[in-house]
Design a protein around this ligand. Structure first.
Ligand code: 5RP
Length: 226
């Protein structure tokens, strides 16, 4: 699995040129990409590339790896964004947010000229919701009300707890995450909009119609979906 992640991260480097502004996703696959990008910048193989991190985690990793960072309000455009995903359907709709960074990820990836997704083949599904719940970032005071409101969509939601289970996960924006398990998401774009219409929902982890290219790590090499 780690080898597949490394393979797609290396493949993604082929899309990077000098003078680019790149959205840096969050998660273990993107971490390989950020580290490899840092090496290319340090050896001078690439120049004047800046990253816009989607989380504190990817910001720290970028700085440690030698990738200079800028924020969204300092740039006119984002050339490219690179990120992982938790599920990818045949139409390149995604579920993201296991790393709780979905809001900033969507803000940046929506605005990128090209959004490239890096996954291993275990993330490919026939329909969204097949394996993973949809992470939903919510205003803390509203978590319980939203959990109940999600029953309208036949979804069962759980408040995401920290690894020690002694409190909820707090996002970079100071909010909670509900993980909502759906039976089947028939229309990802419609569901993405519906969920964001619930007052107290900040953003949800359905990324419908945003990805341009998906690089899939398989036992036989990297496959490209677009
Ligand atoms: C973080 C994300 C990640 O990109 C997604 O969870 C995939 O992570 P990994 O590459 O570690 O499997 O959406 O919010």
């Amino acid at each position: 699995m780690e080898e597949m992640k490394r393979m797609v991260a290396k493949e993604a480097l082929k899309y990077i040129d000098d003078d680019m502004i790149i959205g840096l996703g969050t998660g273990s696959t993107t971490a390989y990409f950020i580290q490899m990008l840092g090496k290319k910048l340090m050896t001078g193989e690439l120049e004047d590339v800046y990253g816009i991190p989607t989380s504190h985690q990817s910001r720290l990793l970028a700085l440690e790896s030698g990738v200079p960072v800028v924020s969204l309000d300092e740039v006119d455009a984002i050339d490219l964004a690179i990120d992982g995903a938790d599920e990818v359907d045949p139409h390149l709709n995604l579920i993201k947010g296991r790393g709780a960074a979905l809001t900033m990820e969507k803000i940046i990836e929506y605005r990128a000229g090209t959004f490239i997704v890096l996954v291993d083949e275990s993330k490919l599904v026939e329909y969204l919701g097949q394996k993973m719940p949809v992470p939903i970032e919510v205003i803390p005071a509203a978590w319980r009300a939203i959990k109940e409101e999600l029953e309208v969509f036949n979804a069962t939601a759980e408040l995401r707890m920290g690894v020690k289970k002694d409190g909820p996960v707090i996002t970079d924006n100071g909010n909670f995450i509900l993980d909502a398990k759906f039976e089947k998401i028939e229309d990802p774009l419609d569901m993405e909009i519906e969920l964001n219409n619930i007052p107290g929902v900040v953003e949800n982890g359905i990324f419908a119609d945003i990805a341009d290219i998906v690089l899939v790590g398989t036992k036989d090499g990297v496959k490209r979906m677009e």
